[in-house]
Design a protein around this ligand. Structure first.
Ligand SMILES: C[S@@+](CC[C@H](N)C(=O)[O-])C[C@H]1O[C@@H](n2cnc3c(N)ncnc32)[C@H](O)[C@@H]1O
Length: 384
């Protein structure tokens, strides 16, 4: 199987898969290959916090031109995987190949499947790009083509707790990855002082309560497969529910300068079943009084696309001041795509991790705010 993820989270995802019992793990860029059976497939969909999809490859072959793709895709016995009354969607990804148009590749694959059904049964599956019963993935790297079934269908970051979206909400998989990379132990204070719609806190709360991230979802791709074992999956869900930690004995705090964001975050947390676990308040970061140390603070500040350069630099400087003033004995993390403003935080980083938020190159920066953490001599000397 292949678990897809975001850049920078491959190792974190490998650890998650190993914990679920995956064998023969191989880390690639933005994906992890592994071996396992149906039970692992179901568990990976339900439990992996940092996977976006779980694919099951059905065939790999060489393609040199469009005719190869059509001919070889048509040879596969598609009746094993779907029926003519189901709807399909094809996602294509192409790397360094003679093909340069992923829509064309998707179209050719769809033609091969549809023509096979029409010839054999006189009826063909129709296409539904938005909400298909069966999602198929075509991956062409140079001349090697792999066709896979997408066992997740809707991407796994759609956890089901998000209502209306906030200002610039993080992808749930990215937020979970940031929390896991922070090394937070799930047993001590946790704060997001610029919480927006609350994604980082909610992902952290789900981890701390040991709630499987997929437990709120009603649909996975594998549920429409002919081999779907409903009893087996409900047994896995029942076991997951039995493992939930009933309550937390430390504080989780979310805050934002904007009261609408605070309301939104609180309603998302309620939808995720975490209303008793996360306290929300409205405050600028500089005035926020955190729960008892030690703890972890994670902030995802605005990157400042719409702000003048001096303003954004000043606001990042103020963030550094807030860390020093209020967060003694905390590990403070900043996730930002504004690498030049980040230099104005004015504190020495102890770790810098390269990540992406969509197309934007970002950093997860760690600041250890132990008593005696000093300002760097010149703020710009760090981070280069
Ligand atoms: C990029 S958004 C955070 C998005 C959030 N991670 C999510 O997933 O929804 C940045 C947030 O920082 C808040 N903010 C900006 N300056 C702040 C300050 N000085 N104190 C507290 N919050 C602030 C904004 O109101 C905004 O909600």
């Amino acid at each position: 199987m292949v678990a897809k993820t975001l850049f920078g989270l491959e190792e974190t995802l490998s650890k998650e898969l190993i914990a679920l019992g995956a064998q023969k793990i191989k880390q690639l860029t933005r994906s992890v290959e592994f071996y396992g059976g149906q039970e692992l497939l179901y568990k990976a969909n339900l439990w992996c916090r940092t996977a976006t999809r779980i694919l099951v490859p059905i065939k790999t072959f060489q393609v040199r031109e469009a005719a190869d793709l059509y001919r070889k895709a048509r040879k596969i016995d598609w009746g094993r995987f779907l029926n003519a009354n189901q709807t399909i969607a094809i996602n294509a990804v192409i790397i360094n190949s003679v093909f340069d148009n992923s829509l064309f590749v998707a179209q050719k694959t769809k033609d091969a499947i549809a023509d096979q059904f029409r010839d054999n049964m006189g009826k063909r599956p129709s296409v539904d790009l938005k909400s298909p019963d069966i999602r198929i993935n075509v991956y062409i790297n140079q001349s090697e083509c792999t066709l896979s079934l997408d066992s997740s269908n809707e991407p796994l970051f759609k956890r089901g707790y998000r209502g209306e979206t906030g200002k610039a909400p993080l992808n749930e998989v990215l937020a979970a990855g940031i929390v896991l990379l922070s090394g937070w132990d799930g047993e001590s204070s946790f704060v997001d002082g610029m919480c927006g719609s609350g994604t980082i806190l909610i992902e952290a709360g789900l981890m701390a309560r040991n709630i499987a991230p997929g437990l709120n979802r009603r649909k996975f791709g594998f549920m429409n497969w002919p081999d779907y074992d409903k009893n087996r999956f409900s047994q896995i869900c029942t076991e997951a529910r039995e493992q939930i930690r009933p309550k937390l004995n430390f504080e989780m705090l979310g805050s934002d300068i904007d009261s609408r964001q605070v309301k939104l975050a609180a309603s998302n947390a309620r939808r995720a079943g975490l209303e008793k676990d996360i306290r929300f308040t409205r405050s600028p970061l500089i005035d926020l009084i955190p729960p008892i140390a030690p703890g972890v603070l994670i902030v995802n500040p605005p990157y400042g696309e719409r702000l003048a350069v001096e303003n954004i630099n000043d606001s990042y400087h103020l963030m550094g001041d807030a860390f020093k003033k209020n967060f003694t004995d905390y590990d403070a993390f900043v996730f930002t795509g504004n690498l030049s403003a980040a230099k104005h935080i004015g504190l020495r980083t102890s770790q810098r991790i390269e990540m992406y938020n969509g197309p934007i190159e970002c950093r997860l920066l760690k600041f250890e705010m132990y008593r005696g953490t000093r300002k760097v001599k010149h703020p710009l000397e760090d981070l280069n």
